[in-house]
Design a protein around this ligand. Sequence first.
Ligand SMILES: C[S@@+](CC[C@H](N)C(=O)[O-])C[C@H]1O[C@@H](n2cnc3c(N)ncnc32)[C@H](O)[C@@H]1O
Length: 206
Amino acid sequence: MSANYNNSTWFYDRLSRLVYGMALIDAQLFLLKFIPPESNVLIVGGGTGWILEEITKRHANDLNITYVEIAPKMMVSSKKKNIGGNRVVFVNSAVEDVALRDDFDVVITPFLFDNFTQINFERIFAHIHEALKPGGLWLNCDFQLTGKWWQAVLLKTMFLFFRMVCNIEATKLPAIERRFELFGYKNTAEQSYYGSFIISKVYQKR
Ligand SMILES: C[S@@+](CC[C@H](N)C(=O)[O-])C[C@H]1O[C@@H](n2cnc3c(N)ncnc32)[C@H](O)[C@@H]1O
């Protein structure tokens, strides 16, 4: 059974700000600086879509964006966002079910992979990997455990909460960093947030 973030659409942004302040937003804003002009951009799991408005502040009209989001209510919210003169194709589907083109310059996966079990994560990772062209940038941010006790407690609490409300399948973080290494990606920039619990990384496909 796949995650259903529909139920959380109305409170998701407010709750994340309440718990994390600006950290989840800053982690994504850091990544947006790396989008080159005139790129083909794939966004997977954009949630309520605020990221589209932030992208538009930096790129008024030069991007072609494919925006894949599984939750219909998140999609409704995303479609209301200001996209300026950028061209956005909205795809309301699970990314693994979408036949993606294979020449994206940039893919963005913001707090997407923490939803999945290791096996599904690996499948979805490989699918998105195929969509990025060689030399392209993969902008990823997510939670990580760096050994502080409170991170493990907070993570467990989140998994429990989102399991109850949104039916997410994950009970622990998949091995995200290891996957990028295994697929030969070069980590060209990174920044951590919230006591290193949140990590944003820029990866380049070889
Ligand atoms: C944890 S939320 C993060 C939302 C947003 N990136 C943010 O940071 O505010 C994960 C998002 O990924 C979407 N999602 C989960 N599984 C997906 C899938 N298989 N394909 C596309 N989107 C998915 C959910 O509906 C949800 O909106």
